[in-house]
Design a protein around this ligand. Structure first.
Ligand code: LMR
Length: 334
């Protein structure tokens, strides 16, 4: 704006008794994520956008980029640190490549029996302690958003531990998930989320794991013959922002956005179970893959075999963190 136009704007603002910044360009928050819009994370991101734009009266504009439109898993982390995007909600399994291995505690198989146990961690002191560990990386953790408990899909029925032998399974970039798959004799392969459907379709991998909401919205069930309802592990998110960006926001705006995040978090956690239940019902209805239910004995055998992932990763995650989570959830191997 040239000097003359600038004076004109100020004069207009004064005449209309508007705050001077009523004419300022909005603050843009680019929020990138890798899942479909109709998932717990996708819906919560859209809800955050709605609240932020309404409550700041347009001073903040949130641009949500779903489905890896802007960046894939690894790139989005780099983009956040470089300031090319301002907000992400990566799954908790994706923080170790940043150097914060402690988050892999959430990937330990069978560590949470239900959302109540999970919330003791995400809404308690351990959850807060973990988010603090992001700060030296130039990242602030604002909240945990739920997704849900994972099913195991494959072109072969996975019921007994022996069924996993030699199966190539796509995993997220987590050493705990790598151990989990190896503990049952499978061959894990890390792939970005955006590549999973094609890898399953072309046989690059035989199977994978994800909550039903991700399985269904990516149409993975159309290229998997069997889905085992195992609930063997949890997948959820931390909402993170570029620290410099967040701390550089005008204080009043930051306070409003913190309130929006609080409400979007409640919303995310309210829709998560329902979305997953509905996705599972839709998979069933589609008839594209056969659902397998484990007997308590079969499930106990998975748990027993996968306990190796706990033992093997105790020092990687940090025994103190693992024990604090055990204390909160009451995990025991048997
Ligand atoms: C995955 O890569 O399987 C998930 O992390 C995707 C997501 O963000 O839910």
């Amino acid at each position: 704006m040239n000097l003359k136009a600038c004076f004109k704007t100020l004069a207009m603002a004064a005449a209309l008794a508007l705050p001077v910044n009523a004419f300022a360009a909005p603050i843009v928050i680019k929020f990138s994520h890798v899942v479909a819009q109709h998932t717990p994370k996708g819906q919560a991101a859209d809800y955050f956008k709605k609240l932020a734009e309404e409550r700041t009266k347009g001073r903040v504009k949130v641009e949500v980029y779903p489905n890896s439109q802007l960046y894939k898993d690894k790139e989005e982390m780099e983009a956040l640190q470089l300031g090319a995007v301002q907000m992400l909600a990566p799954s908790l399994a994706k923080f170790a490549p940043l150097g914060v291995k402690e988050f892999e505690v959430f990937d330990l198989p069978f560590i949470f029996d239900n959302y109540q146990e999970l919330h003791k961690v995400t809404q308690g002191p351990v959850g807060a302690k973990l988010l603090k560990k992001l700060e030296p990386k130039g990242i602030l953790g604002l909240a945990y958003w739920d997704n849900g408990f994972k099913v195991m899909s494959d072109n072969k029925p996975l019921k007994n531990v022996a069924d996993f032998r030699g199966q190539k399974m796509r995993i997220q970039s987590s050493k705990v998930l790598d151990s989990q798959m190896r503990s049952v004799g499978a061959i894990p392969q890390v792939l970005a989320f955006s590549e999973v459907y094609q890898a399953l379709q072309t046989g690059v991998v035989d199977g994978t794991e994800n909550p039903p909401s991700n399985l269904y919205t990516q149409k993975m069930h159309e290229v998997q013959k069997y889905v085992t309802l195992s609930d063997h592990g949890y997948l959820g998110y931390a909402v993170i922002v570029n620290k410099k960006f967040w701390q550089g926001l005008p204080a009043d705006i930051r306070t409003i956005l913190e309130g929006c995040m609080k409400d979007a978090t409640k919303y995310a956690n309210d829709v998560a179970k329902k979305d997953n239940d509905e996705a599972l019902a839709a998979v069933k209805k589609s008839g594209r893959s056969q659902l397998i239910t484990l007997t308590p004995q079969e499930r106990a055998a998975w748990k027993k075999a996968m306990d190796k992932a706990h033992k093997d990763n105790m020092s990687r995650i940090g025994a103190d963190i693992v024990k604090e989570v055990y204390a909160a959830t009451g995990y025991n191997a048997n």
